[in-house]
Design a protein around this ligand. Sequence first.
Ligand code: SF4
Length: 300
Amino acid sequence: MSDDGALTFDGMPTRLWSCTPTKLDTWLSCPRRFRFAYLDRRPKGLPWAHNSVGSSVHNALRDWWLLPVERRTPGAATDLVTRNFLTDGFRDDAQIREWRERAAAMTSSYVAHLDPDDEPAGVERTVSTTTHGMALSGRVDRIDRRASDDGADELVIVDYKTGRRPLTDDDARSSLALAVYVVAASRTLRRRSRRVELHHLPTGTVAAHDHTPESIERHLTRAGDIAAEASTAETVWKDRLASRAEDAAAGDADAVEAIDAHFPPSPGPSCSWCDYRRWCPSGRDASSEIAPWSGLADSA
Ligand code: SF4
């Protein structure tokens, strides 16, 4: 088989499985959730306020880099967040006002430490590659171009984080998504890449890791294993389970059992955060219902 898994031993082309790091993570965390999200396509629950904050900040940072260099100021970042702030999931107007200000403040203080002239190699750039039986793609928040020790330019993968938990270098090292982006950005932009960084805006800290060929290969092998499992289940779904989805949704025990054999649930306390909890009795039993603004720091 070739490196990218495109050929079998007998030389016949084999289909690459199209996926994103999010899709792989979803399978890993809960196959039933994977089914709801990518196959059944069930409607999600209520939007989360912390996602509104995250999207507002990400959008503002994207638009900030689109401004002419002389307008890339902290004040412009404040304006971009304030004008386009997303309001889904908050408790009330007072909470929206508070978080609009907090999001604007964290974004403007973050850009105050950026060099507006240091044009990134990509902003919200889609990158892709084929490897280990997968056609992988994803969108990177920012791809920087920096000089390495030997003087050659390298691509650095930058991922913005706005959650309440500060991040560690171990988070950067163990992130499958960031490792995949190293490979995909390198192939797409034809330049060397190995460093990944998590920029945590609420604390202004950066967690980083420099990958080696070996650590990248470990991530890709793991991604390939997850993809093989998920794609096999997806084939079974298309061949013989999709036709039973309606029966399962209506509570037919046989249909539920047949589908769960290939897409088992992974119930636990974290089901509180699952967008598909309303469709999932085992997830509801294992977790408590929480308010859409529960993911905000200091939320009541
Ligand atoms: S509620 Fe829990 S068990 Fe059910 S689909 Fe979501 S993550 Fe899986």
